[in-house]
Design a protein around this ligand. Structure first.
Ligand SMILES: Cc1cc2nc3c(=O)[nH]c(=O)nc-3n(C[C@H](O)[C@H](O)[C@H](O)COP(=O)(O)O)c2cc1C
Length: 159
């Protein structure tokens, strides 16, 4: 059956996800970040995550500079942060509360949690690459998640 990118986007849009901002940095410590939901927990022993990054993203080269990423899991009141990090350009971190983590990479404040990783392997994935990160530090907090479903931000109603 023939299908195009729009069809695939529509079908995969039925798969409800949380929303993250993945942060990294360049060699000079300058922070970068992008909104992402193509992320998953890969292994517990050893503890591994994977993220998928578009080759066209401005942030793309900086994962290779630092070999570090931080997965920041957004809370339901962080839609504005998600929108900001889903656009290329500008100083995305201006006015966004954050601090530097164990790996000298930004941790966003007010999230449901974060996972700090060192990239141990990068795989080809068509117009994206897949970075596999070994977890170095992780922290979770109470709260409710920001969700993404059928191209729109959503919230839990019954939890
Ligand atoms: C809900 C949502 C999920 C996204 N997931 C991803 C993703 O997993 N990987 C990716 O490379 N881009 C993803 N994007 C798109 C990037 O956030 C977007 O291309 C951003 O402009 C990249 O920023 P940059 O060019 O400054 O690096 C997603 C966007 C949204 C709104």
């Amino acid at each position: 059956m023939a299908f195009d990118a729009g069809d695939l986007r529509r079908v995969m849009g039925c798969f409800a996800t949380g929303v993250t901002v993945i942060t990294t940095r360049d060699q000079n410590g300058h922070p970068y970040g992008l909104t992402a939901n193509a992320v998953t927990s890969l292994s517990l022993e050893p503890p591994l995550l994977l993220i998928c990054v578009d080759r066209k993203a401005e942030t793309f080269p900086h994962f290779f500079d630092s070999k570090i990423f931080v997965l920041n899991i957004l809370a339901e009141d962080q839609e504005e942060t998600s929108r900001r990090f889903a656009k290329t350009g500008g100083d995305k971190f201006a006015g966004v509360a954050h601090r530097v983590g164990h790996l000298d990479t930004p941790l966003l404040e007010g999230t449901l949690g974060h996972v700090e990783c060192r990239i141990i392997e990068t795989l080809e994935g068509g117009d994206h690459v897949i970075h596999i990160g070994e977890v170095q530090h992780a922290e979770a907090r109470e709260g409710r998640p920001l969700l993404f479903f059928r191209g729109r931000y959503r919230r839990l109603v019954n939890e």
